[in-house]
Design a protein around this ligand. Structure first.
Ligand code: GLN
Length: 473
């Protein structure tokens, strides 16, 4: 059931929160062994929360907001009293001492937390293979990856073992796994959702967002978690068009950027998007456009991200958080704790980041990358003078096989080529499923497409997303 369907069923007394939550918990027991989507299930707590909400409903309260909605949470978002490990060994025993802002909001709205989901360690990766706790499997083919880094959250929704989930997106980690698992994923505008209580990966890019079965469900969660938080100076109250919901149609002109339809794109994905564009052409003006700096986005991202990562990871030293290995002096404690606790991809980024920030190379790499970032942002700004939203593929390929890219970091990095520019520009985008492709072995794999909008205009994503989604019925 979607959130909308669930609330209708609750209102008509066709189900109770307790019954629905139990269905999920039972299914998790059988399915999670195959998927490895959850690292931990909060069974007792979820049942207790469900019973409490049923009592509220019985005493006359109408189900609203996210009352009773069973949600899975990525393991880098803090829930007070629960382990939160970012799928890293170094935080294997770390218990959150406060609730993330989004968790506070969800609790107030009556959501129920089913458990914490698997991910690439500290959100670095595109396949969930970088987890210290084993890879998550794609719900549509267990030999393939679910994408990453929010692979557990996407696989849980795609595999029917969570009604919805939370992920985080620094370079595509909500949208890419959503596309690979056949579900909807929203990366909000940078600043729309507070990052307080989200473990920092690259602070100038990170955003929390929902992964859901439908666009309407993503909108419902977004409306609960967005807004200004005193604990995150970059968060803002949306005063713009999203808050003042207009009733008239806001999307008239749709842009299609040339640079997103080049050689590396799987032809089956291209065909599905072409079909979508053709259909939209009947009611919208379609404009081909150029985002000329797209080709520099990946290189720019892999300088800025490691730089911020190397700084953010410094706090995991074996002293302040998590697992500590003893040594004869402080340096040895650091070395042993980090050496045993931190995985290879995270280490690679700490090394790269330390290098690009070093005295002799700072201007050549970091300063240059920041300038390129401004150009990428300008590309979108120019494009949005002409069009209301932009359509693009979410990923260049279909879900790949487990192990296929694990030993080749560059090919892994390339799987985010279409999602990264959006993060660099700070704008919002939604990925939604638009079809299926058949593989040689006759498995059917989902195809995702993203809609991109100007800063704080998520409403345009919801408007167009719902229209495309309605074609399925
Ligand atoms: N796969 C990208 C990376 O490894 C994006 C990760 C993310 O969005 N958290 O950096």
């Amino acid at each position: 059931m979607t959130i909308t369907e669930f609330h209708d069923a609750l209102k008509n007394k066709k189900t109770s929160v307790r019954e629905t939550v139990s269905v999920y918990l039972d299914k998790i027991k059988t399915e999670n062994k195959k998927l490895n989507a959850y690292l931990e299930v909060f069974e007792k707590e979820a049942v207790a929360q469900a019973e409490e909400i049923d009592i509220r409903i019985q005493s006359g309260e109408t189900p609203s907001g996210l009352m009773g909605v069973p949600i899975a949470v990525k393991d880098n978002i803090l829930i007070r009293g629960h382990i939160v490990s970012a799928a890293s060994k170094i935080l294997g025993n770390y218990v959150a001492s406060y609730d993330a802002f989004v968790i506070e909001r969800l609790k107030k709205a009556g959501a129920i937390f089913l458990g914490r989901t698997n991910m690439d360690e500290f959100a670095m990766g595109s396949s969930t293979e970088n987890s210290a706790y084993g890879p998550t499997k794609n719900p549509h083919d267990s030999g393939r990856v679910p994408g990453g880094s929010s692979g557990g959250s996407a696989a849980a929704v795609g595999g029917g073992i969570a009604m919805a989930s939370l992920g985080s997106d620094t370079g595509g980690s909500i949208r890419q796994p959503a596309a690979f698992c056949g579900v909807v994923g929203l990366k909000p505008t940078y600043g729309a959702v507070s990052r307080s209580g989200l473990m920092a990966m690259a602070s100038s890019l990170d955003q929390i967002g929902p992964i859901t079965q439908t666009v309407a469900d993503a909108e419902a969660i977004f409306n609960v978690i967005r807004g200004k938080d005193e604990m995150d100076a970059t968060s803002v109250e949306l005063g713009g068009p999203t808050a003042k919901r207009r009733t008239d149609r806001q999307v008239q002109k749709i842009g299609v950027p040339r640079e997103y339809f080049t050689d590396g794109l799987d032809q089956r994905i291209k065909k599905a998007i072409d079909g979508t564009i053709e259909k939209l052409g009947k009611n919208y003006e379609i404009v081909e456009l150029s985002l000329p700096h797209t080709k520099y986005a990946l290189a720019c991202y892999y300088i800025i991200v490691p730089a911020e990562v190397s700084s953010n990871m410094a706090r995991y030293d074996g002293i302040r958080y998590g697992v500590r290995k003893e040594g004869i002096n402080l340096l040895e404690v650091y070395k042993k704790s980090r050496g045993e606790g931190i995985g290879l991809e995270v280490r690679r980024r700490i090394l790269l980041g330390t290098y690009v920030l070093s005295h002799g190379y700072y201007d050549a790499y970091y300063t240059k990358a920041q300038k390129v970032r401004v150009q990428i942002k300008k590309d979108f700004k120019e494009a949005f003078k002409e069009v209301d939203v932009i359509l693009a593929p979410t990923t260049p390929t279909l879900p790949f096989k487990i192990g296929e890219k694990a030993k080749d970091p560059l090919s892994m990095y390339l799987s985010d080529i279409y999602t990264i520019p959006v993060n660099l520009a700070g704008i919002p985008a939604i990925s939604l499923p638009i079809g299926w492709a058949e593989e040689e072995d006759s498995v059917k794999l989902p195809i995702g497409m993203q809609i991109i909008a100007p800063h704080f205009e998520e409403n345009k994503l919801f408007e167009l997303g719902k229209i495309i989604e309605s074609w399925k019925q």
